[in-house]
Design a protein around this ligand. Structure first.
Ligand code: DGL
Length: 266
């Protein structure tokens, strides 16, 4: 089973930030990535829609023999994690991007934590509920910041437009007094430095990609499923292809990438 790939999925190519971190922490693993570009954005969809998309994608990743299914998308983690665990836990290890961050924060003892993410992630209350349970002394506030995804995809990064949008969101009084801010969306690591700068580097900006990858490594190790000798056979699929996806995929993966269309919806 060790040689089987790690399956990763997202609503689109933003989840490649997580795939990139996995490749850095686990260079010997092969990955199969699926980006549901035909249905993005998930951040505006209902829980029911995201669950049904996620189910089909999980089946696709299992058809590719994945030993792990990692939900890289925060909106899907918030809506479909428990559901996928129930459906597929007997066939692969099912992981999300929210629980590892909650585990990490439990050890940090931070009293005021902020979360930003899509409308779906924030309205689900998943981060708040899980942190409240794991670290009851931490106060959690959250804010939907939906404009950040198209802003990043359109390449507005470290310029006047992105500074103005980031300022407009992060100066919201909901976030006043936070000591840590969770980047609850696949895209936000791209603007992590800008966000840190907004807070004059006084707020810990928590980027889940690395935290999640370390947890995946620990879980594989514990289950004796680590592959240290692979790494050369990664596959990247998307459900709808345009050259635009290819272009932005390079930004998220920080390197050349070959996307293949897989029409899993017919
Ligand atoms: N991948 C999504 C997330 O992390 C952001 C993009 C979308 O809304 O589909 O929530």
């Amino acid at each position: 089973m060790n040689k089987q790939p790690i399956g990763i999925f997202d609503s689109g190519v933003g989840g490649l930030t997580v795939a990139h971190a996995i490749k850095q922490i686990l260079p010997g693993e092969n990955i199969v990535y699926f980006g549901d570009t035909a249905h993005l954005p998930y951040g505006d969809k209902s829980e029911e829609a995201i669950r049904s998309y996620s189910k089909r994608i999980a089946e696709f990743l299992l058809e590719h023999n994945s030993k792990v299914i990692l939900i890289a998308c925060n909106s899907a983690s918030a809506s479909a994690f428990e559901y996928l665990k129930k459906e597929f836990e007997n066939r692969a290890i099912i992981l999300d991007v929210i629980d590892p961050v909650v585990e990490y924060l439990k050890t940090r003892k931070i009293s005021n934590i902020g979360v930003i993410g899509t409308k779906r992630t924030i309205s689900s209350g998943t981060y708040e509920n899980k942190i409240n349970k794991a670290a009851p002394s931490s106060k959690v506030v959250s804010l939907a910041t939906p404009l950040l995804v198209p802003m990043i995809e359109e390449g507005f990064i470290f310029d006047d437009i992105s500074n103005a949008i980031i300022r407009a969101y992060l100066s919201n009084e909901t976030l006043a007094g936070i000591q840590a801010l969770i980047l609850g969306c696949t895209h936000y690591p791209i603007i992590k430095n800008q966000i840190s700068k907004f807070f004059n580097f006084n707020v810990e900006v928590v980027d889940s990609a690395r935290i999640v990858s370390i947890m995946v490594r620990d879980i594989l190790d514990r289950n004796k499923l680590l592959n240290e000798n692979g790494g050369g056979d990664d596959k990247f699929f998307i459900s709808d292809y345009t050259p635009y996806f290819e272009k932005i995929a390079r930004m998220f993966f920080e390197g050349e990438i070959n996307l293949k269309k897989a029409d899993i919806w017919c």
